[in-house]
Design a binder for this molecule. Structure first.
Ligand SMILES: Cc1cc2nc3c(=O)[nH]c(=O)nc-3n(C[C@H](O)[C@H](O)[C@H](O)COP(=O)(O)O)c2cc1C
Length: 346
């Protein structure tokens, strides 16, 4: 951990995040360049990724940090969640750092500057890498599904892929959209818009880790029916794994970081087995090392994301992960990362 990362941890989490955004935006020339190696290069759904490691949604909610995040080594950036109108989110404090567990609990509630600002930032970025946009509805919207359709139309053309986020626990009733009757309408309507576009963009669906396998099977049926390109597993969890039993503070919100790794891996494992590799899986949840990335890939993820470990490890973590990942691939006798997808989950 660098001195700066250590100092940032002395600040309240949300302040530290805002300072990081400013530092990253205006000090990007000082950032060290990302590590590159041909063995990490991978093609997924017609998109060419320099490496399979991305920054998960929520870190760059307003698409302000695309270029610096790509510069420090990420192979892709998922911006958002963005909603049609700007909104403040839930009342503060709403982010809690659990350093002892390498975890965070947040109940931000889609704080963001809205679609107009997002698209402006997205268009003006140089984007030397893949950029996805993660979309959601406004909290006070009368019709959540209309919000997704509205925003999809606005952002898909400037994004390499679009993620439908129906899994954040901090917008009341959002997870209800994962119920069959709602999800079917949402996926049907959004896929119709996609199919009418001149340039078809991959659509990903981001799910939570708190459901049953029956529920995930139902989701996969709909994903298949409406040709959704992939699933992101997973968002934060409302559960509190056993390891947190001596957590002195009972904070409400979504848990992320090391304690949800097993939970997210379990979902990933199930999805890969069920889908016979027909859809793309992005593994996210508790990744803090090259080994964590590699495990998710061997369970069936074509791409992997992280968020929480970056707040504890700082930007230098990314190069470390990438360098170590190359070693892991070579030790196993692979020449390219794509050869390892699903090898531990056949
Ligand atoms: C502070 C914070 C804000 C987040 N905001 C979003 C968001 O806006 N949209 C989303 O889909 N996921 C959001 N997430 C979830 C992450 O994208 C990711 O799925 C989750 O944190 C698990 O990965 P991790 O353990 O590497 O952090 C957020 C996570 C954190 C910690």
């Amino acid at each position: 951990m660098s001195l700066l990362t250590g100092m940032l941890q002395l600040l309240p989490p949300e302040t530290a995040h805002n300072v990081t955004i400013q530092l990253t935006k205006y000090g990007s020339l000082l950032l060290s360049k990302g590590f590159q190696d041909q063995s990490l290069h991978t093609n997924v759904k017609g998109l060419s990724f320099r490496n399979p490691l991305g920054i998960a949604a929520g870190f760059d909610k307003n698409a302000e940090l695309i270029d610096p995040l790509l510069k420090i080594g990420f192979g892709f950036v998922e911006c958002g969640t963005v909603t049609p109108m700007p909104q403040f989110g839930n009342s503060k404090p709403r982010v809690f750092r659990l350093k002892k567990y390498n975890a965070i609990i947040n109940r931000l509630g889609f704080n963001n500057k809205g679609e107009k600002r997002f698209v402006k930032n997205l268009i003006s970025a140089k984007k030397k890498g893949i950029v996805g946009s993660n979309i959601g509805p406004n909290k006070d919207s009368k019709n959540f599904i209309d919000d997704y359709l509205k925003i999809y139309r606005k952002i898909s053309v400037s994004s390499d892929y679009v993620t439908i986020n129906v899994s954040s626990p901090n917008t009341e009733a959002l997870r209800e959209l994962q119920r069959k009757e709602y999800l079917e309408v949402l996926l049907r309507e959004i896929s119709q818009i996609r199919d009418e576009e001149t340039k078809r963009k991959p659509i990903m669906l981001k799910i939570d880790p708190d459901n049953s396998n029956d529920h995930y099977s139902m989701i996969l049926n709909l994903v298949d029916k409406y040709n959704i390109d992939g699933v992101i597993a997973t968002n934060t969890s409302l559960s509190r794994p056993e390891i947190l039993r001596d957590l002195d503070e009972k904070r409400e919100g979504g848990l992320s970081g090391a304690p949800i790794k097993d939970l997210s891996d379990k979902v990933l494992k199930f999805l890969y087995r069920e889908t016979n590799q027909e859809i793309i899986l992005i593994g996210v949840g508790g990744v803090g090392s090259a080994l964590d990335v590699y495990n998710k890939i061997k369970l069936g993820a074509s791409l992997v994301q992280l968020y929480t470990s970056l707040t504890f490890g700082g930007p230098q973590l990314i190069n470390k992960i990438l360098i170590d990942l190359v070693k892991l691939i070579k030790d196993d006798g692979f020449t390219n990362i794509s050869e390892a997808v699903g090898v531990n989950n056949q």
